[in-house]
Design a protein around this ligand. Structure first.
Ligand code: ADP
Ligand code: MG
Length: 569
């Protein structure tokens, strides 16, 4: 092909891909525009995962009639005038790309009226060009409607997930803005169903109650006051506020950490690391806190212009920000966290502390001799003779070639995981009906996941009915969960439904969660017979040497290794 300069429409479509990656990015840009316009009431409507329709309406300043077309020009913005404004500005938008980009990848309509104008201005665009303009009656504010997103760009459409997944991302996104702007009334409807409405009371706790449920909101610990920081850095130090969960309220995924920097929702490994580190020693393995962390800092100490969608930020002084967040959460936990109940987390921590020597041996032995490869996991076990239990956590057993330390929780997880998978496809899974139906509070995200993925749960023996207002009624659970903490098991199994990052098919993820909740805990004293039975069942599994998460179920100290360690070889 000879070299030709691309047409402006093609150039714009390509560039639009950076700002408009998926339906949720359209919603994000429109909400930010409404917030920048000072709206106190924002309504979001989505259909077909946002591909069919997205409409965001606000009661903000509106756009003057003579500027409406300008708003769709590339790099047209009312928010900054010079580079210097970038350092001091507090608006969420400033690149002047969003409306322009949307008009190139979808059909866009805009209806707006400023306070001083008698009637509103209406425009419609396609392929970036104006297709209609008129005067219409309109309430004060702006409504933008985006239809048929990516209809002309099959490559983009193909890349989108199911309508349910895209809707869930939008729900999550709107939830984050509800948390960031508790003074703004948000309403979200998905396919004609209202899924979220916040009161706009200005209190973060009220917004959290709508997003995470009342129980969680009430249990959250408030982060207040300035963060401790060296005097030399005063002025650049972020002020950290928000809420964080007590160590007794945890989740199985990192999906409940929200960070806002100067009103902007951001994803940040640095901040997530600082929070998780603050909980070190408080939480059990694979447990994560719920946190809403709000940082207020001088605009010049944070660069928001790192990424076209402004999802990531760069701090000029990363260690200082890390320490501020870590320090303030550590202090909140130390001062406010209720004394932890004896839970599985505490049991595990105690066990680990009591056996520091063993922990070291385990790591050393595990590395060279038993890489947790699937193949290694599948090698059958020799016949093992149970000798006893250590720290109420490990079963000590003897085999033909040395000694085995078996992690009782990991081993039981493996047994139950394979049992759960074996039930797959059976018409009647083993079910334990509950004598009394149990009400379990859900977060908004969980409620939506249950609605979409309830069938998969029914297939393994859960009987769960939506009960409205962030609650479900549990009537039966898979038999292996009988007598266990049902509320946690239900919530976390729902969490795994759309946790694609966790790996494996949906059925695998459900089975893993059931196995985890159904199995014996570290810290639980087992009788000799119980241990023998567990080891016998483990011997019969297909992959006895690894737990469903891929970690080892056992550490083998071979006879040869024992000889070497004791200087006998
Ligand atoms: P940016 O937000 O980066 O300025 P956009 O393309 O998102 O760029 O918007 C362009 C301009 O259109 C904004 O600077 C603003 O003046 C105007 N605008 C867009 N949406 C709204 C709205 N909801 N209310 C008032 N003005 C708006
Ligand atoms: Mg914008």
């Amino acid at each position: 092909m000879p070299i030709l300069v691309l047409s402006p429409d093609v150039v714009s479509k390509i560039a639009a891909g950076e700002v408009v990656e998926r339906p949720a990015s359209v919603v994000k840009e429109l909400i930010e525009n409404s917030l920048d316009a000072g709206a106190s009431h924002i309504t979001v409507e989505v259909r077909g995962g946002g591909v069919d329709l997205i409409r965001v309406s606000d009661d903000g300043t509106g756009i003057p009639a003579e500027e409406v077309e300008l708003a769709f020009q590339p790099h047209a913005t009312s928010k900054i005038r010079s580079l210097a404004d970038l350092d001091t500005g507090t608006s969420l938008g400033f690149r002047g790309e969003a409306l322009h980009s949307m008009a190139h990848v979808a059909e866009v309509e805009l209806l707006t009226r400023t306070e001083g104008e008698p009637s509103g201005t209406h425009v419609s665009l396609r392929h970036g060009a104006l297709t209609g303009r008129g005067v219409r009656a309109a309430p004060g504010g702006t409504a933008v409607t985006v239809r048929h997103l990516f209809r002309d760009i099959p490559a983009r459409l193909k890349f989108l997930k199911s309508a349910t997944t895209e809707s869930n991302q939008i729900t999550n996104l709107v939830s984050q803005y509800c948390l960031a702007f508790p003074g703004v009334k948000f309403a979200l409807s998905v396919d004609g169903r209202e899924v979220l409405r916040t009161p706009g009371s200005g209190r973060l706790k009220d917004a959290m109650a709508r997003v995470y449920g009342l129980d969680v909101a009430q249990s959250m610990l408030e982060i207040k006051g300035p963060s401790p920081a060296p005097v030399s850095e005063a002025g650049m130090t972020p002020v950290v506020t928000g809420y964080t969960s007590p160590p007794s309220v945890t989740r199985a995924t990192r999906g409940y950490l929200s960070f806002f920097v100067n009103g902007r929702w951001v994803q940040s490994r640095l901040l997530a690391g600082a929070v998780e580190k603050a909980y070190e020693g408080w939480l059990g393995v694979r447990r994560h806190p719920i946190s809403v962390i709000i940082l207020t800092m001088p605009p010049q100490s944070v660069d928001v212009n790192v990424h076209p969608t402004k999802r990531e930020v760069r701090f000029s002084q990363e260690p200082m920000v890390f320490n501020a967040v870590h320090g303030v959460i550590r202090r909140v936990l130390a001062e406010q966290a209720p004394v932890p109940e004896v839970s599985r987390a505490a049991g595990f921590a105690t066990a680990a502390r009591q056996m520091p020597g063993l922990a070291v041996v385990v790591r050393e032995a595990a590395a060279p001799e038993q890489p947790p490869l699937p193949e290694a996991g599948r090698a059958p076990l020799p016949i093992l003779r149970v000798l006893g239990q250590a720290s109420a956590t490990y079963i000590i057993a003897e085999g033909p070639d040395g000694v085995y330390l078996i992690d009782q929780h990991a081993a039981h997880e493996r047994v139950l995981f394979e049992r759960a998978l074996a039930q797959r496809g059976r018409r009647t899974p083993d079910v334990q009906p509950l004598l009394e139906p149990m009400a379990v509070e859900l977060s908004l995200k969980q409620e939506e996941s249950l609605r979409a993925g309830g069938g998969a749960l029914a297939g393994v023996g859960f009987v769960i009915e939506p009960f409205g207002d962030r609650t479900c009624l549990v009537r039966a659970v898979p038999a292996m969960l009988a007598g266990k903490g049902i509320a946690d098991a239900v919530r976390e199994t729902i969490d795994t439904l759309d946790d694609e990052a966790a790996g494996g098919s949906e059925e695998d993820r459900i089975a893993r969660s059931m196995a985890c909740h159904g199995s014996v805990r570290a810290g639980q004293v087992l009788s000799q017979d119980e241990m023998k039975e567990l080891v016998r069942q483990l011997e019969q599994t297909a992959s006895p040497r690894t737990c469903p998460h891929g970690r080892p179920t056992m550490v083998h100290l071979s006879a040869g290794r024992l000889l070497r360690e004791f200087g006998r070889a």
